[in-house]
Every structure is written in structure tokens, then in C-alpha cells.
Design a protein around this ligand. Structure first.
Ligand code: GLN
Length: 312
């Protein structure tokens, strides 16, 4: 069967209904009260084609915080600004096989990849700016261009992230000691990082952000070139190998699409050249990936042969 077509909204709704019947496992993130209060039954999906058509079902327009789904987009922005060579003096491209908050530095003092917290904080610290406020302003602007609309910070989530983020500050401190942090001030790295995690998005935003990568860096609706073609390719490469933390191998095997998850319950997945998908369902597995989000993408991949190594 072909995935794109007029019946796609219905197909998405039916796939969601099947997943909802089958799975209710997982636990909503509870390290801050704002996430602990998320509705465990919320479930939404949007697919955005590179031609700019969007298809959605369920809670497709519910806002939630982007969390770690921000990481590939900030990585893309940093690579575009500085060149990938410069970025990779500070952070590697190896799947760590470790949890998202692991203490991770390779033999050169670099976090293993830009999608675990240590590597994401380093990546954020590299964005050129005179101070933390300006750094976040530039990041917010870049992520808004990926989404095609202005994104805002959930101030309550940000406050909680900042007051509880001791481990993230410690990770930044280790990178600073190892000489790989982009600034000599830990807060100038972690403050913009906490804010970027607290940006509010919907599955439609995520689908369009993913579709911009699928479309080689050009937003399908605004037609703006957000990042270069090579940057889009580099970002998808890291998403294909490191996007789902210590489940990245199982994900590559079963779903076979570049992707990134976040503890807010969001996941983006990209079918290069074709479309982006955003899914949202708050309960998480032990790795911090949305249980229903993973199941949804597994089903779509299996039903429509979306795995990158499927025969077209
Ligand atoms: N704000 C979270 C943290 O830094 C994001 C982690 C995630 O989404 N996996 O711990």
C-alpha cells in the first residue's frame, strides 16, 4: 500500500487506534511536576510531505515541550553556522549505547554524540553569541524557522528544568574541564539548553521540522532554506544512528527511519525526500522514548514499507 493519498488522515487515525488498544504501558516523565502532570492518554500524530501537505489524527494540535527533540535541530544550526568540522572537534558521532543523561566523554574529551545530554549541551554552547540570552534567542529563531512559525518557551517548565538541572550542569562542567565546551561559563551553555528543551510545539510543528530535513533543508511551506543540503544530510546521519538513545540499534532494525525522541513524549521521524512525521504520547519506556510513539512508527513503517532498507 502507498502511504500518501487522500485517505491518509483516516489511515493515521486507524493506526493510532490500533496502537492505543494494544499499548498502555510506560510512565510519564516525573523529574519535574510540569511533566508529571501530562495526560497519559494524550496521543497525536502529524505527517507533513515535502510538498507541504499535512495529515493528522488525534491530539495533533496539543502543545507539549520539545525536550530532546530540539537536539538535532540545534545540531543542524550549529553545523550550518560553524561547519561540521568545527562542531566535531567538540562532539563525536558515535552511538553511545548509554542512557540520555550518561557521563560521556571519549578519548578526546568529546561527548559521544550530539543527542545525549552531554553532547547536546556542548552543541548548544557552540552557537556563536555574546551571551546566554543572545545564544538562546538565536536558537529559538532557528528552531522557529524549522517549524515555520514562532515557538515560545513554557516558562514553568523552564524554571523547573533550571532548578533541578544539576546533573546537566555537571555534564557541562566535565566538558569545560575537558576543553570541549564552547564557553568558559557553564550557565552560558546550560541556560540556553534548558530553554531550548522548554520550547512548546505540536505534532504539526515537529512534522514540519522533520519535513524540512526530508526536503534537504528547505521548509516545505515557507520555502525558506533553513540549513544547507549537506547539513541536512549530516543531521539525518546522526539521527539514524543515535536518535533513540540506548534503543537506537533496535529502532534502526525495526523502524529504519532517522528519528529523535524527547521526554515530553514527542518523536520526530524522517523519510528523506518524502515526508516528516511528528508523534506525541507522554508515557515513556525505560530509555525515555514514548511507548505509543515508537509503536505508531513501527506500525507505519511495517505497513507501508518505510524502512530505509525496504525495497521500494
Ligand atoms: N530536559 C531534559 C534533560 O535535559 C531533556 C532530556 C530528554 O528529553 N531526554 O534532562
Amino acid at each position: 500500500p502507498r502511504l500518501l493519498g487522500d485517505a491518509l488522515d483516516r489511515t493515521l487515525a486507524e493506526t493510532m487506534a490500533g496502537v492505543a488498544r494494544r499499548t498502555s504501558a510506560g510512565r510519564v516523565a516525573d523529574y519535574i511536576p510540569e511533566l508529571a502532570g501530562a495526560d497519559p492518554d494524550a496521543f497525536g500524530v502529524t505527517l507533513a510531505s515535502v510538498l507541504g501537505r499535512t495529515y493528522g489524527a488525534g491530539d495533533a494540535s496539543t502543545e507539549f515541550t520539545i525536550q530532546s527533540v530540539s537536539k538535532p535541530f540545534v545540531y543542524a544550526f550549529a553545523c550550518d553556522e560553524l561547519g561540521a568540522d568545527v562542531v566535531h572537534r567538540h562532539v563525536g558521532v558515535e552511538p553511545s549505547g548509554e542512557p540520555f543523561n550518561a557521563i560521556s566523554l571519549d578519548g578526546r574529551g568529546r561527548p559521544e554524540n550530539p543527542f545525549i545530554n552531554a553532547g547536546a549541551i556542548v552543541t548548544t554552547s557552540l552557537v556563536p553569541a555574546p551571551d546566554a540570552g543572545e545564544r538562546f534567542a538565536r536558537i529559538r529563531d532557528a528552531l522557529s524557522r524549522f517549524a515555520g512559525r514562532e515557538l515560545d518557551v513554557d516558562e514553568d517548565v523552564h524554571r523547573s528544568e533550571a532548578t533541578t538541572g544539576h546533573r546537566n550542569r555537571a555534564l557541562a562542567g566535565l566538558a569545560l574541564a575537558a576543553g570541549t565546551l564552547g564557553t568558559d561559563d557553564v550557565d552560558a551553555a546550560t541556560d540556553p539548553y534548558f530553554r531550548q528543551c522548554s520550547l512548546r510545539v505540536t505534532t504539526r510543528d515537529l512534522a514540519l521540522m522533520a519535513a524540512t530535513l526530508a526536503n534537504h533543508g528547505v521548509h516545505p511551506l515557507t520555502r525558506e532554506r533553513v540549513v544547507g543540503e549537506r547539513t541536512a544530510r549530516d543531521t539525518l546521519s546522526v539521527m539514524a544512528t543515535c536518535g533513540m538513545y540506548d534503543r537506537s540499534g533496535a529502532w534502526a532494525f525495526r523502524v529504519g527511519l532517522p528519528a529523535k525522541s524527547g521526554v515530553g513524549g514527542g518523536i520526530v521521524a524522517v523519510r528523506p525526500g518524502d515526508f516528516g512525521i511528528g508523534v506525541f504520547a507522554p508515557p515513556l519506556d525505560e530509555a525515555g522514548n514514548s511507548v505509543r510513539g515508537v509503536a505508531m512508527l513501527e506500525d507505519l513503517s511495517a505497513t507501508f514499507g518505510l524502512h530505509m532498507f525496504d525495497h521500494a
